[in-house]
Design a protein around this ligand. Sequence first.
Ligand code: 173
Length: 497
Amino acid sequence: MSLISSQQVAEHSSAESCWIIVHGKVYDVTQFLPEHPGGSRIILKYAGQDATEAYDPIHPPDAITTHLPKDKHLGAVDPKTIIKVVKEVTAEEKRRQELLAARPSLDEIVNLHDFEAVAKAILPAKAWAYYSSASDDEITIRENRAAYQRIWFRPRVLRDVSTVSWATTILGQKSSLPVYISATALGKLGHPDGELNLTRAAGKHGVIQMIPTLASCSFDEIVDAAVPGQVQFLQLYVNRDREITKRYVQHAEKRGVKGLFITVDAPQLGRREKDMRMKVVDEGGVAKVQDGQGDIKKDEGVARAISSFIDPSLSWKDIPWFKSITNMPIVLKGVATPEDALLAYDYGVAGIVLSNHGGRQLDTARSGIENLIEVVEALKTRGPWPNPRFSVFVDGGIRRASDVLKAIALGASAVGVGRAFMYSFSAYGQEGVEKAFQIFREELEMNMRLIGARTIDELEPSMVDASGLSSHVGFTPIDNLYNTTYQPLALAQFKTR
Ligand code: 173
């Protein structure tokens, strides 16, 4: 195929004829403009130009090649004709680079909140807004932390805790920690290697990673980066087109994925106002969200723009179908009541994640840890507890090994951690994630000794006092570390003149 000059590409710079360059290849996206989930405006901004830099963080590398018909793949751009544009470094970027160079060394990082503080300082404002934001008034995201502080330990003593072990199994798979890496979207907003930071660190330390449907890296890149025997799960957003979902799930199973976590708490994405105010979808852009919801306006944030494929009609009726297309254990991620926990059990899935999606969906939804108590009571009506055929996981707000141990004592099989690991790699890449694992290990060792539990199996409900958990009024100690990075919501701003 002959090469295309960048001057030729530049001639197609309008909605009538729109060519763009991504990773050195030229694409005719004219007909695709109205279908782009993020709206046409953002593409038109790069019409006739190289769009790679804007494309990369929010699309897996193969998104354009798989979605665009072959006849719109025009060929490679002639490298000799590329005019290197020296981009002006913005004041924000300059400041970011300076902060990056002045980061605390990893030795100075002693807890997971440290990663959050570094990430907040060094991330581009849009990335921080996307990662840190939660829905509406952000009551639930803060409750996720506060709930753990309403649980107190009842430690046992004189139990010979010379050796303690926190190794466990998760859905029958070995895990060096009672913690798995939960799915979080768009890893390249935080670090050029995106989710691969997690894969590599997890492979080295025997931690299980849940691969997100909306990763910045492609599914295969993430699986290819795993070491032999490394366990990975898959988080699934269910497509309106079930054939696409079926192919995706069966491909994952073929590639060795060991568990399928279907997200059930996001038929529509929550309104994350910090993200919305960033206008990531670009000035004037109009994106189609779910049918019947109408068009979303320019300022609804990056997550909503790329989530139009998610099927809001997903229902319990679909569960037998999922069981028919895969032998992977199926876990429903985002259950929040004992009623639904029992339905999940009766539909024969392998488990549930008690989650409120990191406070990003229904605001003032209760915390996963609070729901755990009622859910365990309900599940006891279905047989002996713990039940070997049904796992209950919890995520949301976990920053300390003590949080992990409280959840397990109350009946969780393991817990998911999303943001904290994302902040670790945003701040320090793979090494940051490895350090986060080390912090968990050190905290687990100390806390297990102090509680008097030598193994994960020895953790039991009598080791915690959760009597205040469901009381939503009353004293919670001020969480200074969390509050230092927590950015209060702001209201609409007047124009500066
Ligand atoms: O919480 C999220 O941001 C999320 O799950 C998501 C969903 C769709 C697109 C991007 C992110």
